[in-house]
Design a protein around this ligand. Structure first.
Ligand SMILES: [Zn+2]
Length: 159
């Protein structure tokens, strides 16, 4: 532990604040489903090395602990102290790529729906299907199955 405070009471008080922030951070990571693998000592050391502890927070000009590339667990080697603004813009980039991804999926689905190839294939199959004239009402029916169905439903009594 890098903190040296002479007054015992004050030392205890400072420890409490640090520990409190540590537990808050760990709990917050848990809520976000991010693995938190920093011990209290490691966590505190990172903050102390950064010299930004006093600026820790979420406002303009404050600093937060970020993960490299905003992925993976909070652990030594994957975290650094980052300005809040930079962290927020990293997060926005993350959102953008998610949006891009979902747009690609919806584009693909839309493409599938309106695929020119599918439309053409369907038209060809309709064309190549033999046509029959209903013997009972002279209606032109495409496909033997459809004719059977037509007779069964429209001319039930006759059949
Ligand atoms: Zn008919």
């Amino acid at each position: 532990m890098a903190i040296t405070v002479r007054v015992k009471y004050k030392h205890k008080y400072i420890m409490t604040i640090y520990k409190q922030r540590y537990f808050e951070h760990r709990q917050n990571a848990n809520h976000r489903g991010i693995p938190f693998e920093l011990t209290f000592d490691e966590w505190l050391q990172i903050w102390q090395d950064s010299g930004k502890w006093q600026l820790r927070g979420k406002g303009k000009g404050s600093y937060v602990m970020s993960r490299v590339g905003d992925t993976g667990p909070y652990k030594v080697g994957n975290v650094y102290i980052n300005s809040h603004e930079q962290n927020a813009s990293d997060a926005r980039r993350g959102d953008k790529s998610t949006t891009d991804h979902s747009r690609k999926i919806s584009d693909a689905l839309r493409g599938k729906k309106k695929s020119a190839i599918a439309v053409a294939k369907n038209a060809i199959s309709q064309l190549s299907r033999p046509k029959y004239t209903c013997q009972h009402c002279d209606k032109l029916i495409s496909g033997a199955g459809n004719l059977k169905q037509h007779i069964a439903s429209k001319h039930k009594e006759i059949e």
